[in-house]
Design a protein around this ligand. Structure first.
Ligand code: MEV
Length: 422
């Protein structure tokens, strides 16, 4: 296929249906049906990506009653997995009467890297760093002026020497404050300009031009960090509270000492985190990559959350790097992302970090609580049953009968089909 991107959307779709669906009219109809009825809005959505022929719908759910740092939020969640929103809502409600979620933002620093080759003297390079820093700060001012007005900009520049691992390879590691924007475009523009400045600077000072390898932000932001926690007396878990709290603590401990469990455990945290990140038009791939790097920062992949019981007080906490924007990008272009942010009171990036960290902790709490009590299949199977019944186009009376029938029986697709036939 040559020149696919240059074809019109209709021509792209026609080609697709002809090549892969034997010109099936029903397939073509499904692709078309998912398009938005408002062509102007559809055009905006198409603009987010390339070669678009349709939209892929995901459920947009709401988890109310999230008390976070004394403010109650209704949290928007975009996720395709059943039980996640129900679990987040249940955890939010549970903690609402126990002081809610507490979140502290430990830092908001973003990182950009200029990777370069330099064959000159390393000592000279290190000595020149203060002058180079002043030059970069001065010569990038046209790019950073607006950000500086908002209280941000470049906050520091370090020279990283990797030449012992790769001959002549160095980095300028720039630290940034990007306020309420995610800052990717800003950081990358500044880095590319820094590459030109560095080249010119070294040519002038030492007569050696470095080779710029690449200039790109780092999605690892260990100092853009949120710490969320909940705490209550163990008795507040109700009858058998102390035993339940201890079982819960042990489950969290297992995820600290066993990587196989840690990955599933953290996946549960990201069920909540990704859902809010998506709903607010932020980048869930960056969030995931960064979170997992943080989980492995000691050299071994571990749980992102921790639990302790001291003097009959239960404390459960999550520490996670989160880098978000609440202005610019998709946050203002996607109509639902815009509404999500409005629903959250048009938060600053810091407040969004707070809300997302609390949702991740809530999700983790709900998952582990059901794992150590009823098991997750109970809740899952009810949702699963509803999905199967919908898939088999069961009528309302059939649905009610099936829900009653399967209340104490294992759910399977064939089992439900046989029940409906009967
Ligand atoms: C399922 O999406 C998430 C869980 O597996 C998380 C966990 O095991 O903690 C339930």
């Amino acid at each position: 296929m040559q020149g696919f991107s240059k074809r019109t959307k209709t021509a792209k779709l026609e080609w697709l249906v002809q090549q892969y669906f034997h010109n099936d009219a029903q397939a073509a109809q499904i692709f078309c049906d998912m398009a938005h009825r408002d062509p102007a809005l559809q055009k905006i959505i198409d603009g987010f990506s390339e070669n678009t022929v349709s939209n892929f719908l995901l459920p947009y759910g709401i988890a109310p009653n999230f008390l976070i740092n004394g403010v109650t939020y209704c949290v928007p969640m975009v996720i395709e997995e059943s039980s996640v929103v129900a679990a987040a809502s249940a955890a939010a409600k549970f903690w609402q009467t126990r002081g809610g979620f507490h979140v502290e933002i430990m830092g908001t620093e973003k990182i950009g890297q200029l990777h370069f080759n330099y064959t000159g003297d390393v000592g000279v390079l290190k000595t020149l760093l203060p002058e180079l820093t002043t030059t970069i700060l001065h010569e990038t001012e046209a790019l950073t002026a607006n950000m500086q007005k908002r209280g941000g900009g470049i906050t520091g520049i370090d020279l990283e020497d990797f030449s012992d691992r790769e001959p002549h390879y160095f980095q300028l590691k720039l630290r940034f404050e990007t306020c309420d924007s995610m800052g990717a475009n800003f950081i990358n523009s500044v880095l590319e300009e820094t590459g030109r400045i560095l080249t010119h600077f070294l040519k002038q000072k030492v007569g050696i031009e470095p080779t710029i390898i690449m200039a790109i932000l780092s999605n690892y932001t260990p100092n853009c960090l949120a710490k969320a926690w909940v705490e209550c007396p163990v008795d507040s878990f109700g009858t058998g509270g102390a035993a339940l709290a201890e079982k819960f603590r042990k489950a969290i401990r297992i995820a600290e000492i066993d990587t196989f469990r840690a990955v599933t455990h953290n996946k549960g945290i990201f069920n909540g985190i990704d859902a809010v990140v998506l709903a607010t038009g932020n980048d869930f791939r960056a969030t995931e990559a960064c979170g997992h790097a943080h989980a492995a920062r000691t050299g071994r992949y571990k749980s992102l959350s921790h639990c302790e019981i001291k003097n009959n007080m239960f404390k459960f906490e999550l520490e996670i790097p989160l880098a978000f924007g609440t202005v610019g990008g998709l946050t203002t272009l996607h109509p639902l992302a815009k509404l999500s942010l409005a629903m959250l009171g048009n938060p600053t990036a810091k407040t969004l970090m707070t809300i997302v960290a609390a949702t991740g902790l809530a999700q983790n709490f709900a998952a582990v609580r059901s794992l150590v009590t009823t098991g997750i299949q109970k809740g899952h199977m009810k949702m699963h049953l509803t999905n199967i019944l919908n898939h088999l186009q069961a009528s309302e009376p059939e649905i009610q009968a099936a829900l009653q029938h399967f209340v104490d029986k294992p759910v399977s697709f064939s089992g439900v089909r046989i029940f409906l036939k009967k």
